[in-house]
Structure formats: structure tokens, C-alpha cells
Design a protein around this ligand. Structure first.
Ligand SMILES: C[S@@+](CC[C@H](N)C(=O)[O-])C[C@H]1O[C@@H](n2cnc3c(N)ncnc32)[C@H](O)[C@@H]1O
Length: 328
């Protein structure tokens, strides 16, 4: 079992990264990275901390796109600080993007539950600042709609994406950040990977399969981690920025992931495909995909997130089909 501060900071090699040390890390119950409230789990926190402490060198920044009240930001910054890095050539090291005001309902509900009553449109930047206070000197915040922000172009070593809640947000993240990753070194964390509602994330990551190496396909709750092995051709970034992949391309990329996925994530990717078919309005195919999943496993009995989401997708298909029947 690893503990938080095993090993030399910033010295991890690729084998150490690929051994996914965060999966076996023992976090003391009073570990500071468990303190901030937020939407990421203990293993994710250990992973983000490990990357900040052991993977970060002095070649680039950390981007936390979708930081909410700062749990992920705190973990990256704590790791970097414990690794002896608080800035990059005098510039702030950690770049945190968020509305920092309540736009999405679940955000308002979480803040009201965990901190204080907050209404639509109200700011929670103060909560973020309180939760990340020990690292205030390291963090630059970017408030407001992410779609309006541009990246200034400095290299990025750690790219964390928890803001790709729409295809447009995913496309913007690809367009702004991917050109600035360091081939052979930078890591990308997609926090919504073990989740079915954002298929464009899976499709985009598989589209970059030639340039990426999968490091960890499931860091509970929902993260996956890749390392960039080669430069990404600009044409590929342009296609992701435009998100103009055809329906056939999208489905074949999802099928490709399913064919090689580990048993841990395979059922979730099958649900992702069923949801993509729903988004495309292919109700018969969606139902078929869902039926196949059901045959292979007892969806009702499974407690896993994929099974819960599979049932939600099935209910959606049923509703849509009955609506269509009423019309015809
Ligand atoms: C799931 S939360 C992030 C959780 C966070 N990483 C943590 O550690 O707890 C996603 C965040 O994305 C933000 N968000 C969603 N769409 C956005 C947009 N268009 N511009 C800026 N922030 C956005 C939400 O306000 C929310 O705080």
C-alpha cells in the first residue's frame, strides 16, 4: 500500500504512472485532500494529488476545467505544492475554470446542502476560495461561461476536464487545450468517462487513440486517465473542435472501445452507445443495444452506475417509442 507521500516528487517514470499507484493508496481518514466538499471520490482525489506531486515537472501548467467549489483544484494544488512546485516561472500554476455561479440546478442544490442556501445566478467563488485557501497563491480562476475563455497558449502538463457537459463544451476544451499538451508527457483526465450521458467524450478520446495511451480506465467515481504519446495532428483537433464526425464514425469509434474495453468499463460503454443511438433518434437500434446488454447481464440486479443509467436509458426509449406511436 502506498501512502500519500511515498517516493520522490516529480520523479515518477512512465512505469510508475502505469502502475496506477492511486488505486492502492491508503488515505488517512484525516488526509487534507479529503476535506474539501465536492463531487470527486477518494480514489480520484488520490489520483489528482499523485499526478500533481509526482508527474508534474516544471514544463507546464495544470488546467482544472470544471472545478466547482475546488475539491479537484485542491488535490492538484496540494500535490504540486508537496512536490515543491507552487508556480511556473513566476506564473500561477493551476488554472481553474468554472461559472463560479449557479447556472446548473445540481450545482445550487449541492451548495445549499453542503454550505449555505444559494439561488440561481448567485456566486460561489467565495466557497471555492475558502476550500482552496492554502494554495491561493498558486491558482488563477477564470469565471463565467467557459465557451468565452481562450487558453493563453502555455504548455499544459495536466489537463483535467470536468466541464464537458455538452458537445460544445467538449469541443471548446479540445480546441483550446489539446494543442498545448506536451507529447510523451502530458496527461488528460476525463472526469465524466464512467458515465453515459456525454458520449462525445468517449468518441473524442477514441478518435485520438493513435496519440493516446490509456493509463487508467476507471478511477472511481468516474475518471479515466490517458497519457499523450505523440503530437496530435492539427486536422484531428480541428475535427474535434468542429465535432463534425459522422454518425457512422461516432458509432464505429464506440464499437472500437467496446471491443477492447476491460470488463470494468465495458458495460458502461455499451450504455454510452445505447444513449448515442437515442441522441441520433435511432430508437429501434437503441432498444436492440439495450436488449443485448440485458441479455448479457441482469441489469435490474446490478448496483453499478452503468446498470442504473441503463435503466434510465431504457425508460427514455420506452417513452419516446410510445410518443412516436401516439403520433402515427
Ligand atoms: C461536476 S462539477 C465539477 C466538480 C469538481 N471538479 C469537483 O472536484 O468537485 C462541473 C462544474 O462545471 C461547471 N460548468 C458547467 N458548464 C459550464 C460552463 N459553460 N462554463 C463554466 N463552467 C461550467 C459547473 O458550474 C460545475 O461547477
Amino acid at each position: 500500500m502506498e501512502t500519500l507521500n511515498n517516493g520522490s516528487a516529480g520523479m515518477a517514470d512512465i512505469d510508475a504512472l502505469k502502475s496506477k499507484p492511486w488505486q492502492s493508496m491508503e488515505l488517512p481518514a484525516d488526509a487534507a485532500i479529503l476535506e474539501p466538499k465536492g463531487m470527486v471520490g477518494p480514489k480520484e482525489r488520490a489520483c489528482y494529488y499523485w499526478l500533481g506531486r509526482n508527474w508534474l515537472t516544471d514544463r507546464g501548467h495544470i488546467v482544472d476545467a470544471g472545478c466547482f467549489v475546488g475539491a479537484s483544484t485542491h488535490c492538484f494544488a496540494a500535490g504540486a505544492a508537496d512536490g515543491g512546485r507552487r508556480d511556473l516561472n513566476g506564473e500561477r500554476l493551476v488554472h481553474a475554470f468554472d461559472y463560479f455561479k449557479v447556472v446548473d440546478k445540481y450545482v445550487g442544490e449541492a451548495i445549499t446542502r453542503d454550505f449555505r442556501p444559494i439561488g440561481e445566478g448567485e456566486s460561489y467563488l467565495d466557497v471555492f476560495e475558502t476550500q482552496t485557501k492554502p494554495y491561493a497563491d498558486m491558482i488563477k480562476t477564470y469565471s463565467g461561461d467557459f465557451l468565452a475563455h481562450r487558453w493563453h497558449g502555455a504548455p499544459i502538463e495536466i489537463l483535467f476536464i470536468d466541464i464537458a457537459k455538452t458537445a460544445a463544451l467538449n469541443a471548446h476544451a479540445c480546441c483550446e487545450f489539446l494543442p498545448h499538451l506536451i507529447p510523451g508527457h502530458s496527461v488528460i483526465i476525463q472526469q465524466d468517462y464512467y458515465h453515459c450521458w456525454h458520449p462525445y467524450i468517449h468518441i473524442s478520446m477514441e478518435f485520438l487513440d493513435d496519440e493516446l495511451e490509456l493509463v487508467d480506465d476507471h478511477v472511481p467515481h468516474q475518471s479515466a486517465v490517458w497519457r499523450l504519446t505523440k503530437p496530435i495532428p492539427q486536422e484531428k483537433i480541428d475535427r474535434l473542435a468542429a465535432y463534425d464526425l459522422t454518425k457512422e464514425e461516432r458509432l464505429s469509434l464506440l464499437d472500437r472501445i467496446i471491443a477492447k474495453a476491460s470488463p470494468t468499463i465495458k458495460p458502461m460503454i455499451e450504455v454510452v452507445k445505447a444513449w448515442q443511438l437515442c441522441l441520433d433518434g435511432d430508437w429501434e437500434e437503441a432498444e436492440q443495444a439495450h436488449r443485448k446488454l440485458r441479455h448479457a447481464r441482469d441489469v435490474e440486479m446490478m448496483q453499478a452506475l452503468w446498470a442504473k443509467q441503463a435503466l434510465e436509458v431504457a425508460a427514455h426509449i420506452k417513452r419516446q417509442k410510445s410518443r412516436l406511436n401516439d403520433i402515427t
